[in-house]
Design a protein around this ligand. Sequence first.
Ligand SMILES: Cc1ncc(COP(=O)(O)O)c(C=O)c1O
Length: 448
Amino acid sequence: MAKDIAGLDRLSKEAADLFRRDSQVIAGIEKLRFFPVVVEGGEGATLFEAGGRKLIDFSATWTAAGLGYGHPRVTEAITRAAKNPGGMGLSIANSSAIAFAEELLAITPGGPDRKVYIGHAGSDACDVALRGVRFNSSKRKIVAFEHSYHGGIGLSMSVSGVHVDTGATEPDSDTIFVSYPNPYRPPIDDPTPEGATKASLAQIEAAFRGGEVACIIVEPILDDGGLVVPPKGFLAEIEKLCHSYNVIMICDEVKVGLGRPGLLHAFAHDGVTPDIVCFGKAIGNGFPLSAAVGPTELLNGPTAAALLTTAGNPVSAEVGRAVIRTLIEDDIPARTKAAGELMRRLFAELDSPYIGDIRGYGLVTGVELVSDRESKQIAKSLTAATIYRAFELGLCVFSVGPNVLEITPPMIISDELIERGVSIIGQAIEDAASGRVDPEAVAAFSGW
Ligand SMILES: Cc1ncc(COP(=O)(O)O)c(C=O)c1O
């Protein structure tokens, strides 16, 4: 008999059985797992594990469940649109997609002549933004960042530093990768946040100077690359360079945009107006919906070059409308601002010797784990064990980079769940550091 997956004996029988079935039938190529979780439902910021245990969710499934699980307005929109769908895609124009595009344009700053590409996932939104620029420009080169993430298909994948790092794809041959400024780990020759920004901007300008760069694609926080929050003003400096060298600025808001950053848009922290903005995850509250908003001249053709048959279907579009309405009417950015401040204060109060850095804004928080604060040595296995232990204690949290806890709960999470969740992580770090987590069980889940 084949050896069982380590750690399943600690789960309920229902959860363990489902997890074994999952491993029999669902392709590994689309999995990134940190512990053997199987859920059967969810409400707000809580997930219901098979077998009945409740889990606090500090992941929002990589921020996709922005408004949490089973949000009443989202549920109402899905039900209404599914009962009376106006077609199932954009070859038959439908009122829901039109209204969604109008409403998204209204909340996204930019020029008067813009269009909305409606897609299914952050990956295709970024891919189409990049392709749209290339189709419509005499220039071909792209500037992207080392350790960035823009998607798992086509060009979005081959400009993603994270994929290039793992060898999952060849880098796009016309893409120049530059460093992203990391204030916690600045360059040796000028170890300050300003030094980190300067080094990065110098690389960007050197690339632009060649005159062949059509666009730059940037995340407002380098999230999957380790939740790196750049020094204030970094995006504004990029925008200036883009204007000077006539380069299109694409801002990838897929992971941290739309209410989560304590403002409606993360790029608004730097007061910039990118040429193209990509949205995903929270825009559909986890349902298949994404968008790229940008100049008509870049997104209007060639005809059908980015046609996905069911993109713009009315069910997804109505979900997007419900999300936008909720963000505005419930003033979600004000809530994420206050909740994020509480979150970071509570992490600071843990005063763990293994927490090297706590960073972020709104409800995006990175907690970087190190062997000690002095050396800042990356604590990769401690991070994996902490996440696994947190799951055992009743919390879902993921990591990015080798050693950063990505704390991105649904934006509607209560203060009480924030307090309980941070306390679980504090306990998990202690347990992991004192060897109370089974290494074999942790090793069964490779994470990144
Ligand atoms: C910044 C960013 N862009 C794009 C994507 C791709 O989104 P999706 O996985 O929904 O295709 C991701 C996914 O993690 C992301 O973090």
